[in-house]
Unconditional design. Structure first.
Length: 350
């Protein structure tokens, strides 16, 4: 568990309390109040008054939250406060953060799964209606692009998939992964203050120090229509790189490694889910057509870099010049021509 900083304020001010509706389930209300006021205390009498219950009733809700894995400090004069962020996923805390972020969907939280993408695909196949999110503390068979595996040690990192049932023309979602990369890189920059987080075509989140995360979108397509869609993201948040195989550790980084401090995994998960849901809605509205190229350029880690593109047995060397409106990488070749790359693996030329 990572400790929250200690707060000196005795109890939260009413504007925070007003943001939380007392009509929701009492335990979830208490948790949201604790979250909204963190790292400060919330007075027991304020909670009792809002919930129209006795202070003993509040105390029993606090104990229920403790039994659900949350660490809550109690002080006779000041009330209650969240003491620490659990390292492992805690469903009530995640749901509280999602409500706090203003965008929610159904969530499935697991300790270990084969792959959150596979789990989401099975849910969709069994009739679960999207959107919903699947998260796990670890994956036994985490999948990456091009048939690779995604190393998924238990605790500290984010393994998340969001399932959708779009039933729309395939063209509407052709730039979906690139668009989501823009949304998530923008979010991470503002949430963490790490300015150097960028996108690397087509599905990586990177920093000069290494890869921070990767995205994998898988869809079932029928008659040019996307029937179901799973967007998966793996993000290195707090898990120490020494828990990665050395070959991977030397090309990877994490938010904690970059910032020198740990992050609240539940807050990051809730905000990434929100960004994914918002990005999806924008894609369906056709916003990507207007904004994709410009926004990508602002975050493009490969801009004007000499790169090698490999696909099958062929390799091409050139200078990366952003993307076109279809999302294809623009590769300027030695002969002066520009080639649109639809798929492949891009590495920086030494
Ligand atoms: C890549 O960079 O190759 C994409 C990696 C995507 C990994 C995530 S982790 C959550 C979701 N479940 C998976 O099996 N894969 C994605």
């Amino acid at each position: 568990m990572s400790k929250y900083p200690s707060g000196k304020r005795k109890s939260i001010k009413s504007p925070v309390a007003k943001r939380v509706k007392a009509s929701e389930n009492p335990s979830s209300y208490v948790l949201r109040m604790l979250l909204a006021s963190s790292p400060y205390y919330v007075s027991g009498s304020l909670l009792a008054q809002k919930l129209k219950m006795s202070r003993v009733g509040v105390w029993s809700r606090i104990n229920k939250l403790r039994r659900q894995g949350l660490s809550i400090d109690a002080s006779q004069n000041r009330g209650y406060r969240l003491a620490a962020e659990p390292d492992l996923l805690n469903q009530p805390l995640l749901e509280a953060w999602m409500r706090e972020s203003g965008k929610t969907c159904k969530v499935f939280v697991h300790d270990e799964v084969d792959s959150t993408n596979s789990f989401a695909e099975r849910l969709l196949a069994n009739g679960e209606k999207g959107p919903f999110a699947v998260l796990a503390n670890s994956q036994k068979e985490g999948r990456g692009r091009l048939g690779r595996s995604w190393h998924s040690p238990r605790g500290g990192n984010l393994y998340l998939s969001v399932g959708f049932m779009p039933n729309v023309d395939i063209l509407k979602l052709r730039s979906f992964t690139l668009w989501q990369g823009i949304q998530i890189a923008t979010l991470l920059r503002s949430l963490t203050g790490i300015e150097g987080i960028s996108v690397k075509w087509p599905n990586d989140l990177v920093h000069d120090k290494g890869k921070v995360g990767g995205m994998l979108t898988e869809a079932s397509i029928d008659c040019e229509r996307v029937r179901s869609l799973v967007f998966g993201i793996g993000l290195n948040v707090n898990c120490p790189l020494k828990r990665f195989p050395s070959s991977l550790a030397k090309i990877s980084t994490s938010l904690e490694d970059l910032k020198g401090e740990s992050f609240r995994i539940h807050e990051i998960a809730a905000k990434v889910i929100k960004a994914t849901l918002t990005g999806y809605a924008a894609c369906l509205k056709g916003e990507t057509e207007k904004n994709l190229v410009g926004k990508w350029n602002e975050l493009d880690a490969l801009a004007d870099r000499r790169v090698v593109v490999s696909g099958g047995k062929k390799k091409m060397v050139g200078t990366a010049r952003g993307i076109d409106s279809s999302g294809a990488l623009q590769l300027k070749l030695k002969n002066g021509r520009t080639k649109a790359i639809q798929a492949g693996e891009v590495t920086l030329k030494e």
